[in-house]
Design a binder for this molecule. Structure first.
Ligand code: AHR
Length: 497
């Protein structure tokens, strides 16, 4: 398969925030995840140093927090100051100790040198509560909330630049869900107050691929928005925890760009494609497992809605299928980097995250190595890629229907310092290698960094390492150079002077 990508044919410079992560107060993501004062791995502030180190190695550029569904009844004022009063979290139906709040989140971001992205409560919260939060974080010392921050030991403002109004407020599952017209008005009024507090902030608002929802939202509030927020989990298993097979995961890769295309189309139709960017601020192949929690069913017990959540942390679920899907989606984000400026893998730690904590250390799941490959080896400028003789794979999707998808997913980038080219190549085939013939404007020596595991179902667990990054030196680049991709593999090929 011949691969062409020319230096003059660029899509654009991708925002590093495409490699962002998400953390929600759900199960063991915060408590027992990144924040665990009782752990022998934790620093004086209660953060797991092994987790911090793993996150630093994938250069996390931005973290979205505190939810997710959790945020739609979260009151940030309960989570700051000396006195932390536990509350009942009505979304996930557990006690929230409020020990990790805004100050701790900012400290986490400072330790990681990444941007904080705060999602506000637009479920039970008000425009005033949202804008008070901006005061707390961003005002120097005017007013009671900036003073409260100073009183809490933070003289300098936190300068949080990225904010989003609400989370999935369109959905019946969400606490305080809104109708289309309610949403447009609430966003406009909240945005107005938030930007009156700090006009430098960049604002997003909860949206989806639904035309009516988005038209209402944008008609009322486009003037205030810099972003529009969308989410997607392809494998819908929140009630069953029975994931699609490897083949099913590959079938989902045929649909990585569907939502982006729809939202791009609408923004373009409304003349907003140069004003508002897409924040794909929750995404993962697999939906989180939380059966019977968003329910009005009577008589559902704690055993039925709470304890099954441990099933998310079964490491055997995170295989090369997840790695292949994750890489294909990152490629899709690159291909659309002119309109998608941020994305947040959901979540970073535990649940379906790329890092899983246990008492004695970490398990780095297959997806972790995909982030490692992209954040360490890919370039910043995306070339348009063409492969005229791409082979097609015929695969069965999780509904049992046949689909066609490209065998190899490709993305060609240039390193911003001009030192070379980096190509991400995902061979989705379970059995067949793929041979690429690289027809690129590039020069230098060629190095491949790849992950493939022993089989499609390989996974890492406590005491079991089947997936990691391998390196191969491939010699000097010549136009037409042939590169063999292993089956079920993700590879970044660098051609550098
Ligand atoms: O399943 C996790 C939840 O998925 C997040 O809280 C929410 O934002 C999304 O529906």
């Amino acid at each position: 398969m011949r691969v062409y990508a020319e230096h003059h044919d660029l899509i654009g410079r991708r925002d590093p925030m495409l490699y962002g992560q998400f953390l929600e107060h759900f199960h063991r993501q915060i408590y027992g995840g990144v924040y665990d004062p009782e752990s022998r791995f934790s620093d004086g502030d209660g953060f797991r140093t092994d987790v911090l180190e793993a996150l630093r190695a994938i250069h996390v550029p931005v973290i979205r927090w505190p939810g997710g569904c959790f945020v739609s009844s979260y009151h940030w004022k309960d989570g700051v100051g000396k006195e932390r009063i536990p509350c009942f979290d009505k979304a996930w139906r557990v006690e929230e100790p409020n020990l990790f709040g805004t100050d701790e989140f900012i400290l986490l971001c400072q330790k990681l040198n990444c941007a904080p992205y705060i999602c506000t409560n637009a479920g039970t919260g008000t425009a005033e509560e949202m804008s008070d939060w901006v005061e707390y974080c961003n005002l120097e010392r005017e007013g009671k909330f900036a003073r409260l921050r100073i009183q809490n030991g933070h003289e300098r403002p936190f300068d949080v630049r990225y904010w989003s109004i609400g989370n999935e407020n369109y959905g019946a599952h969400e606490i305080g869900a809104k109708s289309e017209t309610e949403w447009g008005r609430l966003v406009a009024e909240s945005a107005k107050m938030m930007k009156h507090v700090d006009p430098r902030i960049e604002l997003s608002a909860a949206a989806l691929t639904d035309l009516d929802w988005n038209i209402n939202l944008l008609r009322h509030s486009a003037q205030f928005l810099d972003w529009i927020s969308i989410h997607q989990y392809w494998d819908r298993i929140h009630e069953t925890n029975r994931p699609a097979s490897y083949e099913g995961a590959v079938a989902f890769t045929a649909h990585t760009e569907d939502s982006i295309r729809k939202v791009r189309g609408l923004l373009t139709a409304m003349g907003l494609e140069h004003k508002i960017r897409i924040a794909f601020d929750e995404w993962n192949l697999k939906e989180w497992y939380h059966p019977r929690v968003h329910t009005v069913e009577q008589g559902v017990t704690k055993e039925e809605y709470l304890y099954p959540r441990d099933g998310n942390d079964d490491n055997s679920l995170y295989t090369m299928g997840d790695a292949v899907f994750t890489a294909c989606f990152l490629n899709a984000l690159h291909r659309n980097c002119d309109i998608v400026g941020m994305a947040n893998f959901a979540p970073a730690i535990n649940t379906r995250g790329c890092i899983c904590t246990h008492e004695d250390g970490l398990v780095l799941r297959s997806t972790y190595f995909v982030f490692y490959l992209y954040t360490n080896y890919m370039g910043e400028v995306v070339r348009r890629t063409k492969c005229p003789d791409m082979r097609q794979l015929r695969v069965k999707n999780s509904d049992g229907a046949e689909e066609l998808t490209d065998q190899v997913d490709l993305c060609v980038t240039e390193l911003a310092d001009g030192s070379g080219v980096a190509v991400a190549a995902v061979n989705k085939s379970a059995q067949e290698s793929a041979e690429l013939s690289l027809e690129l404007e590039a020069e230098g020596s060629v190095t491949g960094y790849y992950i493939c595991g022993r089989g499609t179902d390989s996974y890492n667990d406590v005491g079991r390492t089947e997936i990691g990054i391998e390196k191969e030196e491939l010699g000097r680049y010549e136009p037409g150079m042939r590169i063999r991709l292993r089956p079920h593999s993700v590879e970044v090929i660098r051609i550098c002077r």
